[in-house]
Design a protein around this ligand. Structure first.
Ligand SMILES: Nc1nc2c(c(=O)[nH]1)N[C@H]1C(S)=C(S)[C@@H](COP(=O)(O)OP(=O)(O)OC[C@H]3O[C@@H](n4cnc5c(N)ncnc54)[C@H](O)[C@@H]3O)O[C@H]1N2
Ligand code: MOO
Length: 543
């Protein structure tokens, strides 16, 4: 991502917010003019739009600069608690909702206890006890101590196991015939076998003359007997004769080569002379040079790409036998969601409905219109019971809040939970359930980046299996910067390729943010404990 002035102002604003948070934790709001985190974000917004200069010429304290050779510490800046969280044993409950309710200059933020997930995954005990937040913030993956904690999600499935369970949960759906124009993104259910030789006749590769034997060659009068593409039945060519020919035209029987127009010269007597040696067969594409009728051009399981559509058409196909697209119902939960306009009054825009449809389609599914169910448990139950889709994707409501209905509803419907929580950040409350034979539910967490993590962890392998896509090797890339890790859980971090084959982690990677992801090329899979600069990691691709 390119650094722009607004971005560095935003950096400073988040630094300010962090400094203030640290001060508050110490019980002081020390510097006059210090902003509350909410104010910082607002100021950053103004700075981005170019209306306000950043308040500090220098960052208020010497934290690590972003970018450069610094390591990339995991700190979801948006997640700095701003008060209102109900503290339960050191973990703030409902912090995200409380943040909406209390943000703003007029509401002094009490010093909250940080939520486990809201801290950098470094020295968690020190940070929790408020002893040395700055040190926690400054630590890199390389110097972060191995935290003594396990994953806070009890019985969470390890990330790679969760992917394997999702991949094994279903088999490929039945085949259907699709017209070429409709088959893009599906997978071949039968091998693509050439229905014809390609080329299907000896073809001129160049504009020029078809010649027979060694030159010079006699030509017919100009314009007479020209051999053009798409015109059958060129007359046989006798030794010592030539005819004008166009690229793509069938080479006349008896022709031994094609002489390119720029390599020949016609004398005033109407004879054709070659300016250079013409070898036998030159610039003739022989029949069957690419394939013979009956050759296998692509095996079962091949993804129908634009190139494959072209090949299939060339080889004689009008329709393809492909694996049916899984039908997916998308159920968006949450009373706080707006489908248009600006956020106001505690309501926010739904970021998932507009994202999931195209994303699921890119994964080979046939998603229906998203259904908006609010936070009403009965509506969720009805929608799940009524769905005839192969997969239902829900968003939100996976945690254990008062209106988080996904678990109890699935239980009530007798669903079998195949994966219930995954040791991955963000996204750990995600789930995969079987509602009945051939009917699966993927429960994505409501935080948008956490939902993407769920999509990549559970929906992608499940849809890969249903669509018959081969499992495919994941891309690997070297990290251009260190990335700190959760002590135990896998992290998924938005990254961009740096042009030198390495990936660089992106800022704005908090669970509720899509800004980093939208600028990214993929999500790096960072193992528990983190990964140093130069480490090779798996990179999950984005559509
Ligand atoms: N006591 C605990 N609370 C929470 C935990 C936990 O472990 N213990 N985990 C947190 C994590 S991590 C996540 S992620 C969320 C998952 O919550 P839900 O799946 O129940 O999602 P919601 O509470 O409905 O929403 C969470 C958050 O996301 C916003 N949201 C929801 N849907 C959308 C949407 N379509 N577009 C944009 N934003 C959306 C919602 O407003 C909330 O801010 O639970 C934590 N809590
Ligand atoms: O951090 Mo939550 O993991 O946003 O899914």
């Amino acid at each position: 991502m390119k650094e722009v002035d607004g971005d560095s102002a935003l950096d400073r604003a988040t630094e300010d917010a962090l400094a203030l948070f640290v001060d508050q934790r110490r019980g002081s709001r020390s510097r006059p003019g210090d902003r509350l985190p909410g104010e910082g974000a607002e100021a950053a917004g103004r700075a981005r739009s170019g209306r306000t200069e950043p308040r500090h010429a220098e960052p208020p304290h010497a934290g690590p600069a972003h970018g450069g050779q610094e390591s990339f510490a995991y700190f979801p800046f948006d997640e700095i608690p701003v008060g209102g969280g109900v503290v339960d044993g050191g973990r703030a409950v409902g912090t995200a909702r409380a943040a909406h309710a209390t943000r703003g200059p007029s509401v002094p933020a009490p010093a909250p206890a940080p939520a486990y997930d809201d801290l950098p995954f470094t020295d968690l005990d020190a940070a929790r006890n408020g002893q040395d937040e700055k040190r926690a913030r400054d630590m890199t993956a390389d110097d972060a101590p191995h935290a003594p904690h396990g994953s806070p999600t009890p019985h969470a499935t390890p990330w790679s196991t969760a992917r394997a369970v999702a991949a094994a949960a279903a088999g490929a759906l039945p085949a259907e015939d699709r017209a070429l124009g409709d088959a893009l993104g599906q997978v071949l259910a039968e091998p693509l076998v050439a229905l014809t030789d390609l080329p299907s006749f000896d073809t001129s590769a160049m504009d020029g003359w078809a010649v027979s034997g060694p030159g010079p060659w006699k030509l017919p009068p100009p314009g007479a007997q020209d051999v053009l593409a798409g015109r059958p039945g060129a007359r046989p060519l006798r030794d010592g004769r030539a005819v004008r020919i166009a690229t793509g035209a069938p080479v006349p029987p008896g022709a031994t080569a094609v002489l390119r127009s720029e390599h020949g010269e016609v004398t005033v007597q109407g004879e054709l002379l070659a300016g250079r040696h013409v070898s036998h067969g030159q610039d003739i594409r022989p029949r069957g040079g690419e394939c013979r009728q009956g050759d296998e051009l692509a095996p079962v399981g091949t993804l129908v790409t634009p190139a494959l559509l072209g090949l299939a058409a060339a080889a004689g196909y009008d329709a393809l036998a492909v694996v049916r697209r899984p039908r997916v119902d998308v159920l968006v939960l949450g009373d706080e969601l707006l489908r248009e306009g600006l956020p106001e009054g505690g309501l926010i825009r739904d970021a998932l409905g507009p994202m999931l449809g195209p994303w699921l389609r890119a994964l080979g599914a046939e998603p229906g219109e998203a259904l908006y169910l609010g936070d009403e448990g009965g509506a969720l139950r009805e929608a799940l019971a009524a769905s005839t889709a192969d997969v239902v994707v829900t968003t939100g409501g996976t945690a254990s809040g008062p209106v988080d209905h996904v678990h109890p509803t699935l239980r009530g419907l007798g669903a079998e939970l195949l994966v219930d929580g995954v040791a991955v950040r963000p996204g750990h409350p995600m789930l995969l359930a079987r509602l009945g034979p051939g009917r699966h539910v993927v429960g994505l967490p409501g935080n948008p980046l956490a939902a993407v993590a769920g999509l990549l962890t559970l929906a992608e392998p499940l849809l890969r299996a249903l669509t018959g896509r081969a499992s495919g090797a994941s891309a690997r890339a070297v990290l251009a910067e260190a990335v700190s890790g959760h002590p135990v859980d896998t992290r998924l971090v938005p990254v961009e390729y740096d042009g030198a084959g390495r990936v660089r982690p992106l800022r704005f990677h908090g669970p509720a943010m899509l800004r980093g992801l939208a600028a990214g090329d993929g999500m790096a899979v960072v193992p528990g404990g983190g990964a140093g600069r130069g480490a090779e990691v798996t990179v999950l691709g984005l559509p």
